[in-house]
Unconditional design. Sequence first.
Length: 365
Amino acid sequence: MNKNSDVAIVGGGAIGCSIAYELSKRGIECTVFEKERLASGASGATAGMIGPIWYIDHKIEPYFDLGMRSYYMFPSLVEELKEVGIDPEYQQTGAVKILFDEQDDSYLLDDFQWQKELGIGVRWLDREELVEREPKISDQALGAVLSPADASVRGTAYVNGLALAASRLGAMVYEETDIYGLEFDGDRVIGVKTKWGIHYADQTIITAGAWSGLTGYWGEEIIPVRPIKGQRILLRKPDFLPKSWIQSLVPQRDGTILSAATREEGNFDNVVTGEAIAQMVESAKQVFPLLADAEFVSASAGVRPGTPDGMPIMGPLTGLRGVSVATGHDHVGIMCSPYTATLMADYITTTDQTELLPFSISRFK
């Protein structure tokens, strides 16, 4: 057996390409296989929001730590990607979450109590301060929580930047290349099956998002991941752009406003629906009424990987050697990708899985 690379990575989204880049920085030869185009799944149909305090339960310490460590890594990571010639459109605009009703939105006030203790500048905006920041805000907005260091990236640019940076360091990236399964030698995975034959590798990492849960690809192993479809739209209103990403509206560099996102359980298709578009337009109007006559620019959909307990699955597959998984990040794949890559690269280079134990697939056994 002639080894083709040290590590084979199945899936070319934010998680797979982040791991490829981190491994490449450590001198590990890796190859990424993507069945369509890079970022063609959830990573390309995301709002790209980077703000774990809103989307990860702070009481689940390992998961929240994964998000916050990634949060702090983004500024330097973005500069590295710019050095290879790709701007992921990282915008540290801050995030605003609005209080519309003191009773219905009481969770916002409750969460603010622990958020303000994190040391990232989270503060309360009263109605006057909110209007000063966002003059076109709805009259129904009573106040808001501002997290000034929160940011966003454009998913496709981010993933392509990671892939390019990894390739500059020696990684190989193959798009439109299906993986038909794993190649075994007893209980050890020694590579993956491609249209060209077997690609041999010391280690294989499954980062196929929602498709990680398909049976029959990984031997007898079942990865408990399910598809969750999400749709998003882009709107344009001449001479108007929010200062921050506010609720689920994210200002874009090109002057459009991204409105995200639906959540549709058990759906593998990428079809955009009129019902979802209407829902997101209505949500946008509730925040900024002037968007009622905004120009509809485009819509897209992607499929996220969900898990039974809402936490990612990371680390070796039980009962097999030479294969591990990093999937199940749901709607926070980009948000958590930098430190996910660090943890997975640490495991690949040391075989120490201590830091990955909270995310182990064994918790479902």
